[in-house]
Design a protein around this ligand. Sequence first.
Ligand code: HEM
Length: 99
Amino acid sequence: MQVYDVTKYLDDHPGGDDVILEATGRDATEDFEDAGHSKSARELMEQYYIGEFDTSSPIATKKSFSERFAQLKKKQYLGISVAVVGISVIAGFLYLRKK
Ligand code: HEM
């Protein structure tokens, strides 16, 4: 995936700087294509190319917040279940010992 530093182009962008700023730091391919840029716009873009983004890097494959939250919740439920069973076993054990 190509990375572009468009900082210097923000003020000159015919579509305004807000649309570009809204699309920074992420894959903006769809936004760029949806705007139906001309051939000259694509050529202009090349001078802002700074490199490739390694999509296999840990940052790229990092799970989203909601995914991680869902995972954490699953772990939490498991933890609570284990705790309830553990407490019941201990309580039962103590009860039987008293008898
Ligand atoms: C280096 C990157 C970019 C360059 C060089 C560029 C260049 C241009 C140019 C020259 C135009 C005028 C129309 C044309 O010739 O196609 C334009 C329009 C537009 N651009 Fe970009 N653009 C860039 C990135 C983006 C991004 C990332 C977005 C969206 C997030 C975007 C959204 C738009 C929109 C919505 C218009 C239409 C404005 C209108 O018709 O009123 N552009 N852009």
